[in-house]
Design a protein around this ligand. Structure first.
Ligand code: EPZ
Length: 437
């Protein structure tokens, strides 16, 4: 079992390079199923979820080739979507490790007329149903059957339609938008998710020949095409990774320059930090965060452009280091405070009231053995270890590896004393695992 061992209270100074966005790379990889032409994706982060998606695409008959690994750690991956005779089936043993596997459903259905994908179970942060994904595909004319834990979708040819999501869903918007690119006629999607990753996916699809208007707004219109072609696309930087390192910079007498952070994608976080009095310098392609005396704040997570739920845990930690009471309301997922008991074991004294966490003023943290439960909670616990007195060991760090590339190396470069315990060399593994046998 991998662990991080952190010796806290080291000053962080220097630059950290942001990787490509995991949550943009995963739908982009799935989108390559929409064409048999080669699609080149650049700046793909070599993280565990990308390896899982690559394995799944290989299982579906795609060819996945890692062409290059740049110094910043981004991969250039060439993919060809499936053989003509392929039967698109995403097995449970793969889907259970990563819910985003469900993103192959829409493209595989649109390309071959049939797709069978294991229903993703719930996960640590919530039940996370996919009812809106399925309702959207049904609106496009798909026949949906649920049996033995799998969803089977069939349609000779999808037909453009109007569909309104019951609530904004990132994956649902991505799945239905991808499927609609090959439908006959026009599709109008309402109450769509507006995340930057949706805009990036639409940019890739348009580069592949799709006709899409309105990505990034609540209403997206897609004019279906007979087929799509290859493209060469660079994945946007990871705003959640960037936000995580900015918060690290604010936690103590630090100065952290986050290279590649796009302020426009981070405004929901930057506005809150600014209101707390954070010392932030917004540059063209970077943001500098300096340790600051911060005032208390109350935030509520919401779909973009609301405060991102993926930064809730990291923000809550920051809230335990300011004078005054901070309140964080988690409105997107029903069980996303699993980092709180672990933070309280370090001395945070956070009170939980249903879906609200309330801090009790500035609390010095002391190092402890803690356990990660999900991707962003593990990032929060690592940041807590950086400011705690003494040694913190964060166990089950595989959660972190799903979405943060080489976090210990990036933190060491900033001056943190953090080491990974209990793993063999990972870089070789990364390259090997991306290109399936
Ligand atoms: C994406 O998950 C992200 N994952 C999540 O990031 C992120 O937290 C989430 O969006 C919200 O921003 C990827 O992009 C791979 P949703 P997704 O569908 O698409 C409910 C991380 O840490 N819902 O927008 O699964 C759902 O239960 C991960 O990188 C339905 O009820 O999120 C949730 O309460 C964690 N029915 C809410 O909507 C549906 O059919 C938002 O979910 C779909 C969703």
């Amino acid at each position: 079992m991998h662990k991080f061992r952190i010796n806290g209270q080291r000053r962080l100074r220097g630059s950290v390079q942001i990787s490509g966005a995991k949550n943009a790379a995963l739908p982009a990889l799935a989108a390559t199923l929409l064409t048999e032409d080669p699609v080149m994706l650049r700046g793909v982060p070599p993280v565990a979820d990308v390896r899982t998606m690559s394995k799944l695409l290989g299982h579906l008959g795609s060819t996945v080739q890692v062409l290059e690994e740049t110094p910043q750690g981004g991969l250039t991956v060439a993919l060809r979507g499936g053989r003509p005779d392929w039967t698109a089936q995403a097995p449970y043993e793969l889907v259970k490790t990563m819910r985003a596997s469900v993103l192959v459903l829409g493209p595989a259905l649109a390309r071959t007329g049939q797709a069978r994908v294991s229903l993703p179970g719930g996960c640590a942060i919530g039940v996370r149903p996919v009812d809106q994904h399925l309702a959207g595909l049904e609106a496009l004319g798909a026949q949906i059957d649920l049996e033995h834990g799998y969803v089977t979708a069939r349609a000779d040819r999808l037909t453009g339609a109007n569909f309104r999501f019951a609530q904004p869903t990132v994956g649902g918007t991505e799945n239905v938008m991808m499927a609609a690119t090959l439908a006959r006629g026009t599709t109008r999607l309402e109450n769509c998710a507006r995340e930057p990753e949706i805009v990036d996916l639409a940019a890739l699809l348009v580069a592949m020949g799709a006709e899409i208007e309105g990505a990034g707004s609540a209403t997206i219109e897609i004019e279906g095409r007979e087929s799509l072609h290859g493209a060469d696309h660079r994945i946007i930087p990871d705003r959640i990774e960037a936000g995580t390192y900015l918060i690290a910079g604010l936690l103590g007498d630090n100065e952290v320059r986050v290279e590649g952070a796009l302020a426009a994608d981070l405004l929901p976080l930057l506005n809150e930090l600014d209101a707390m009095g954070a010392d932030l310098q917004i540059l063209e392609e970077a943001i500098v965060a300096r340790g600051s005396e911060l005032g208390p704040r109350e935030v509520t997570t919401a779909p973009h452009p609301g405060f991102p739920t993926d930064l809730q845990a990291q923000f809550l930690l920051l809230g335990t280091q300011v004078d005054g009471v901070c309140k964080v309301h988690e409105k997107v997922f029903e069980n996303r405070f699993q980092h709180v008991p672990e933070l309280n074991r370090m001395g945070a004294a956070i009170e939980l009231r249903e879906r609200t966490a309330i801090t009790s003023g500035r609390r010095p943290l002391s190092g402890a053995a803690v356990m990660a439960t999900d991707l962003r909670a593990s990032a929060c616990l690592v940041l807590a270890g950086l400011i705690a007195s003494g040694v913190t060991e964060v166990d089950r760090i595989y959660h972190l590896d799903r979405g943060y590339q080489d976090m210990e190396l990036k933190l060491q470069k900033l001056g943190a004393e953090v080491e990974r315990i209990g793993s063999n060399s990972r870089r070789g593994l990364e390259r090997a695992k991306l290109a399936p046998a």
